[in-house]
Design a protein around this ligand. Structure first.
Ligand SMILES: [Zn+2]
Length: 57
């Protein structure tokens, strides 16, 4: 199957950003690169949950 994040044909492709991120932490080379291209340590979904609190600092 083609991984949407890594753009590589692998047996178990990443299904979510989190999954890709976990593999990057485990030093899976293809996912490390994909994670870096996604924009590093701040996934887009994190900011939406954070704004739900209404106030930061
Ligand atoms: Zn992947």
């Amino acid at each position: 199957m083609m991984c949407a994040f890594c753009r590589q044909d692998v047996i178990n492709p990443c299904h979510t950003v989190q999954e890709m991120q976990q593999r990057a932490e485990h030093h899976i080379d293809r996912c490390e690169r994909a994670f870096a291209q996604q924009g590093g340590s701040h996934p887009q979904s994190a900011s939406s949950t954070e704004s739900g609190t209404g106030r930061r600092r």
